[in-house]
Design a protein around this ligand. Structure first.
Ligand SMILES: CC(C)(COP(=O)(O)OP(=O)(O)OC[C@H]1O[C@@H](n2cnc3c(N)ncnc32)[C@H](O)[C@@H]1OP(=O)(O)O)[C@@H](O)C(=O)NCCC(=O)NCCS
Length: 245
């Protein structure tokens, strides 16, 4: 039920969210709480979510979704009222952030613009990520499915993650892979993530070769000359990878 206790909790959460913005956004240093509340979209979205979530938890109809809808219109940040968000959460810049219904976010988490904590399809039940404490998720990162992001992990900008992320690791790329664990670079024979095998190119190459062989056999059977297969050998990769390798 809604009561004074719920109101007190929401006010306390909003205070610590404003403090988080001041701590983590250099642009918010020395700015009054009122100004942060009035002009930081991430803080406004969170304020709206704190209220919508409290109403959702109290089974109040319509209002939670109406608040989330209005908040999305104003801030460009979409947070489902059912999402569970811990203390001192901060969304920097904000636009394009989507947080799904069954997402769970720990304490001291920072998200940048364009982050999605979404599902992978049309499943029901728990289908969004669980994010541990002290996690930073870079702009444009997509975290999909009921995966777990361990405490203290850092997810690079534009990373796509569909599997669990180890605690205290740095994960980058698509698909996301750890480049650092416990502050140390991942090394060893499996660490060359740039020059990975390309199964699609391999399959196309094998098909091209089979078609060329079949055309040659057909031409022989018809008594003609072997045609120019018209298929060029795929050249071996040369020079630097466009991905930076
Ligand atoms: C991942 C991140 C948090 C840095 O974490 P870190 O633990 O300090 O990692 P490092 O900077 O040491 O980078 C480790 C490796 O990952 C690479 N890397 C870092 N971020 C990357 C990214 N987003 N995509 C691909 N590779 C990335 C680095 O080049 C480095 O590669 P190397 O080992 O070959 O030199 C940071 O790069 C990042 O993406 N932050 C998001 C910031 C953001 O979204 N800002 C928006 C402001 S508007």
């Amino acid at each position: 039920m809604l009561g004074l206790g719920t109101l007190r909790r929401v006010v306390k959460e909003v205070r610590s969210d404003v403090a988080a913005a001041r701590d983590r956004d250099p642009a918010a240093r020395g700015i009054s709480s009122l100004e942060i509340l009035g002009s930081w979209a991430g803080v406004q979205a969170l304020l709206a979510h704190r209220v919508a979530h409290a109403l959702h938890a109290a089974d109040v109809p319509l209002a939670p979704h109406a608040i989330a809808y209005l908040s999305r219109g104003v801030t460009g940040i979409e947070i489902h009222p059912g999402a569970v968000i811990g203390d001192e959460f901060f969304i920097d810049h904000g636009s394009g952030v989507v947080i799904g219904e069954t997402a769970e976010i720990g304490d001291y988490v920072t998200l940048y613009q364009g982050v999605t904590l979404g599902g992978t399809g049309f499943q029901r039940g728990k289908r969004h990520p669980t994010v541990g404490d002290n996690v930073t998720i870079g702009s444009g990162a997509k975290l999909l499915g009921p995966i777990t992001v361990g405490h203290g992990a850092r997810v690079g900008a534009n990373t796509v993650i569909v599997e669990d992320v180890p605690a205290r690791s740095t994960v980058v790329g698509n698909p996301g892979h750890p480049v650092k664990v416990e502050g140390r670079k991942v090394e060893g024979p499996d660490a060359d993530w740039i020059h990975l095998p390309d199964p699609v190119a391999d399959a196309i190459k094998a098909l091209s070769e089979r078609i060329a062989e079949l055309e040659a056999r057909l031409a022989e059977l018809a008594g003609g000359e072997r045609p120019d297969p018209g298929v060029r050998e795929l050249r071996p990769k040369r020079g630097r990878s466009s991905a930076g390798g």
